[in-house]
Write a protein that binds this ligand. Sequence first.
Ligand SMILES: CC(C)(COP(=O)(O)OP(=O)(O)OC[C@H]1O[C@@H](n2cnc3c(N)ncnc32)[C@H](O)[C@@H]1OP(=O)(O)O)[C@@H](O)C(=O)NCCC(=O)NCCS
Length: 153
Amino acid sequence: MSFEIKQPKSKAEFKRYYRLRWEILRAPWNQPEDSEVDNLEQQCVHVMAIDTASEDKSNVIGVARLQFNSDTEAQIRYMAVAPEHERKGIGRTMIQALEKVAQNACCKTIVLDAREPALGFYQKQGYEVTEKSYLLFDEIQHYRMKKVLRVIR
Ligand SMILES: CC(C)(COP(=O)(O)OP(=O)(O)OC[C@H]1O[C@@H](n2cnc3c(N)ncnc32)[C@H](O)[C@@H]1OP(=O)(O)O)[C@@H](O)C(=O)NCCC(=O)NCCS
C-alpha cells in the first residue's frame, strides 16, 4: 500500500478529514456529527493520510491535529487511522510530520492524552506516561503522555 501525508486545504478535504475523525473517535460511542470538532480548529495544524493506491485519490485514511498550548508546548489530538489501514506506519508518519511542525515552531515538548489501547503506539514513538488523565464517555481511560523534542538548529 502507499500513502501520502498532506495538510487539508479545501473545504472538501476538511469535510473528509473531519468525517474520518468522527467515524473513528466519536461515532462508535453514539456521538452526533459535529461532536468531533472543537473551537480551536482554525488555530491548529492538521495532517491527513491519503491512500494513493486507491482509485479515489481523495480517500482519507488517517487524521491528526497539532495545537499549540504555549510558546514551548504543543499537543497532539484527534489522531485516528482507518481500521483497515492500521499497522502500516500511517500513525507513525503523521506523528513525525506533526513533530516536525512543532520543532519548526520552536516547541520543546509535545503532550497528548492517549486512549489506553493506544498507549503502546505512543510509547514506540518516544512518549512517556506522566499521569492518568480523564475518562471519556464514561469508559475510555486516557493517560497524559509527554515527549521532549530534539532541538533543531
Ligand atoms: C493508535 C493508532 C493511531 C496507531 O496508528 P497505526 O497507523 O496503526 O500505527 P503504525 O502502523 O504507525 O504503528 C507504529 C508502531 O506502533 C505499533 N503499534 C501500533 N498500534 C499499536 C498499539 N495499539 N499498541 C502497541 N503498539 C502499536 C506498530 O506495531 C508499529 O510498531 P513498529 O514500529 O515496531 O513496527 C491507530 O491504531 C488508531 O487510529 N486507533 C484507533 C483510534 C485511537 O485510539 N486513536 C488514538 C487516540 S489517543
